[in-house]
Write a new protein. Structure first.
Length: 124
């Protein structure tokens, strides 16, 4: 489950992962101060998910590795909800953005004339 390298939705997926890394990183102090999660656990789960998102972002250039890591990041972000319940909502929103962007990218790839060099008709 990956997109073509020339697909413009790849940039959107990249942006989702970057913002996801920021949000999961910022979830660490929330886990510690609001939900009284031990510092080590918060850093392990929140920081680990942020690191996974950054690694997936870097590896999206290699689709066979980057996209599976991106999907895994979505699962990990939603699973952070078991540590701090607010992440069910935040992770769910990021997962929805990821899925919607991916589906739209697949639809773009399915358009007739895409990728075969055929000229697209212009109105006018």
């Amino acid at each position: 489950m990956m997109l073509d390298g020339k697909n413009p939705m790849g940039k959107v997926l990249l942006s989702v992962l970057i913002f996801e890394a920021v949000c999961t990183g910022l979830a660490v102090p929330v886990m510690i101060n609001v939900d009284a999660v031990a510092m080590g656990e918060a850093i392990l789960f929140g920081g680990g998910t942020a690191l996974l998102a950054l690694i997936a972002t870097a590896l999206l250039r290699m689709p066979k590795v980057g996209y599976p890591l991106g999907w895994l990041t979505q699962v990990a972000c939603v699973a952070l909800g078991f540590v701090t319940t607010g992440m069910f909502f935040v992770g769910g929103m990021f997962a929805a953005l990821w899925v919607i962007s991916f589906v739209l990218g697949k639809r773009l790839e399915a358009l007739p004339g895409r990728g075969d060099g055929a000229a697209t008709p212009h109105a006018g």
